[in-house]
Design a binder for this molecule. Structure first.
Ligand SMILES: C[S@@+](CC[C@H](N)C(=O)[O-])C[C@H]1O[C@@H](n2cnc3c(N)ncnc32)[C@H](O)[C@@H]1O
Ligand SMILES: [Mg+2]
Length: 340
């Protein structure tokens, strides 16, 4: 499946474990909605007391542990009178730091844990074997860099030439179609698929997603380094960060084309609805670093990336002003699907 760029593993200052509270807060914002939707929609497995749950793109924890616990509680709510046994599959690329994941599993867990390495764009499980599958903050990763015209001084599709933007949306639709095809085979009839992804309202440019704004600062910072002779501009033009936040209609089209799932819920939500106060941009930069350092380093080298993050940090105040000036807040798409 090509190269993969895992979140920073371990438990150091820059690790995903220490820099994933935004994703946790964002998941918290939709926790009750997921809970309700699973209780309402789940219509599977009543003949077996074994329940299989999969978290796709789980990373290293701890967020995946909260997710899995919530899903288990929702299933128990649905089937209160039964003694259920839970099998949980933690999936990510094989380069993910599964050692950290397994050494930090909650000791009081009521499930059997297993890792399933590999890309969720392909098959991971036997046919009709999964009761509930979930994926949060992972499907925005494209399977490869979209290739279009040179992306003049940018690293993303924000403000990019039309054919760059189109190659992003084409790649996304291709990847999501593969994902849906695989899940359609694996999830049992009446089983549920929950997706939490960055998204944008129809009609709003998806590049105006807050992450897209951050990515344009990555581009500005690299261009400053190009002007200082630290990096080639051509290298920046060629690089397209393989991350995409779809419009709701785009997502819906792929699901409907797949045809195997009914849409139980599809809603844009505010990922920070349970958090008071303004965005802490310095902290946001640390979060982005935990997720993106690997892919930037592979293309630009460690020393350029170190300088790039220093430049972005210098712009923290400017970025804060930008976010304070009012911004579309409904940027998290929650999708709950039921296998027909
Ligand atoms: C930002 S982390 C999200 C982790 C966790 N789900 C959360 O909400 O905090 C995204 C994860 O998705 C994984 N990922 C991206 N593309 C993937 C693919 N094609 N197959 C499996 N995992 C993938 C990455 O390796 C990364 O660990
Ligand atoms: Mg990756």
């Amino acid at each position: 499946m090509g190269e993969t760029f895992p979140m920073i593993g371990g438990v150091s200052e820059y690790s995903y474990t220490k820099n994933s509270t935004y994703q946790k807060q964002a998941s918290n914002a939709v926790k009750e909605m997921i809970d309700e939707a699973v209780v309402e929609s789940l219509d599977a497995g009543s003949t077996s007391t074994k329940v299989s749950i999969a978290d796709l793109g789980c990373s290293v924890g701890p967020n995946t542990f909260f997710t899995v616990q919530n899903l288990i509680e929702a299933v128990q709510k649905k089937r209160p009178s039964e003694t259920l046994e839970f099998q949980v599959f933690f999936n990510d690329h094989s380069s993910n730091d599964f050692n950290t994941l397994f050494s930090t599993l909650p000791p009081e867990r009521q499930y059997h844990a297993a890792a399933v390495p590999g890309s969720f764009h392909g098959r991971l499980f036997p046919r009709s074997s999964i009761t509930v599958a979930h994926s949060s903050h992972a499907l925005q990763w494209l399977s490869k860099q979209p290739q279009g015209a040179p992306n003049e001084g940018r690293v993303h599709n924000r403000g990019a030439p039309e054919d760059v933007v189109k190659s992003y949306s084409d790649q996304y639709e291709k990847d999501l179609s593969c994902f849906m095809r695989a899940r359609a085979e694996e999830i049992v009839k009446g089983g549920v698929l929950v997706l939490v992804v960055p998204g944008t309202p129809d009609g709003v440019s998806h590049s105006d997603h807050p992450a897209g704004v951050m990515f344009s600062y990555f581009g500005h910072s690299l261009m400053e380094l190009a002007n200082e002779g630290v990096v080639d501009k051509e290298k920046i033009d060629k690089f397209n960060l393989p991350i995409y936040a779809p419009a709701m209609g785009e997502m819906k089209r792929v699901i409907e084309n797949n045809g195997c799932f009914s849409i139980e819920k599809m809603e844009l939500t505010d990922p920070m609805s349970k958090v008071d106060g303004p965005i802490d941009v310095a902290n946001l930069i640390m979060h982005m670093r935990a997720g993106l350092e690997g892919i930037f380093s592979a293309h630009f080298g460690d020393s350029v990336v170190e300088k790039m993050f220093a430049k972005i940090s210098d712009k923290a105040q400017e970025i804060s002003h930008f976010f304070e000036s009012g911004f579309s807040k409904s940027t998290q798409l929650l999708v709950v699907l039921k296998r027909k």
